[in-house]
Design a protein around this ligand. Sequence first.
Ligand code: KG4
Ligand code: ZN
Length: 351
Amino acid sequence: MLILGVETSCDETAASIVLDGKSILSSVVVSQIDDHARFGGVVPEIASRRHSEAITRVLTTAVEKAGISLTDVEACGVTRGPGLMGSLLVGIGAAKGIAVALNIPIVGVNHVHGHLFSALLEHPDLTFPFVGLVVSGGHTSLYYVADPLKVELLGKTRDDAAGEAFDKVAKLLGLGYPGGPIIEQRARQIINGSEVFPRALMDGGTLDFSFSGLKTAVLRRVETLFGVCHNRHLAGSFHTLVTKTASVEYSSLIDSLAKGFQDAVIDVLTTKLFLAAQKYGVENVVICGGVACNNALRQNVLAHSQLHGIRSVFPSPDLCTDNAAMIAARAETILRKLGPDDLNFNALSRW
Ligand code: KG4
Ligand code: ZN
């Protein structure tokens, strides 16, 4: 079955054609990063406008690249939530329009489940049950996945998502947006030793996460190191300070702060992932979402994998960040096992 997937939950306008839930014939992603970069985060109103401008072009390109014509599409899968309401509605409207015009079934897909099951696209041999960690700009959650339809939440962040913390700390350090790749690159400059930051909720066996204290710890350290105390406008002030005094010492202090922050996030994510894996006795773990692009995280997880004799599966970076192939693939499973949605379904900002 040829399924068209549509994804517009945040700041990527994406469409994809996937055959039988397995083969990706095309996957088109238009990112709005440049539009949001100067704000240091996604601005919802700008996001929905950009989706409206891009959606038709993205859809037609996905169909063209797959080497099919639109009338060959047999079903639609579209992200229903969670996400930004105005953004979700653009994708849902477009997908519903196509479903009505072609008289084909449509299904609303949970974005987080899209991430969780994206690993199956490249690793069809992945067996159930597995523990999945979805770690992105909007989510940091652990799941026990018993089978394709049974997904149980084990723990989630009580405040910031890990990717959000990467973005906020990068903003604090005057490094730009999105923060994850830049912090990773700066952290790589430090071979030995770095700043050390606290790890939250590591005792007591909870599978919840917390990253806002870590972000504040970095802020306090920045104030101590550089004597900046402009809490409200820290990012701007600090950025000016750093660019004014762009010495080697400043630069390597920033590297060290980035490394210390990244180490703390990776330590917490990896520890809790394997705590959950052992608690639930699974043989496979899946790590997905934008932060799963981080190579230091990948290496740390792989080292723990060997230690515990548990297989770890990462989707490739293009499938870790937001994309529509994971939505089309998930739609195939839902259509096959549960059937289509009624056309009346609406967006869900929380799900
Ligand atoms: O999955 P995604 O594309 O969108 C959401 O659903 O949020 O994830 C984007 C997030 C951003 O916060 C970004 O900073 C983070 O993923 N990210 C990374 C890396 N690449 C992207 N975080 C750490 N290291 C990376 N290499
Ligand atoms: Zn996502």
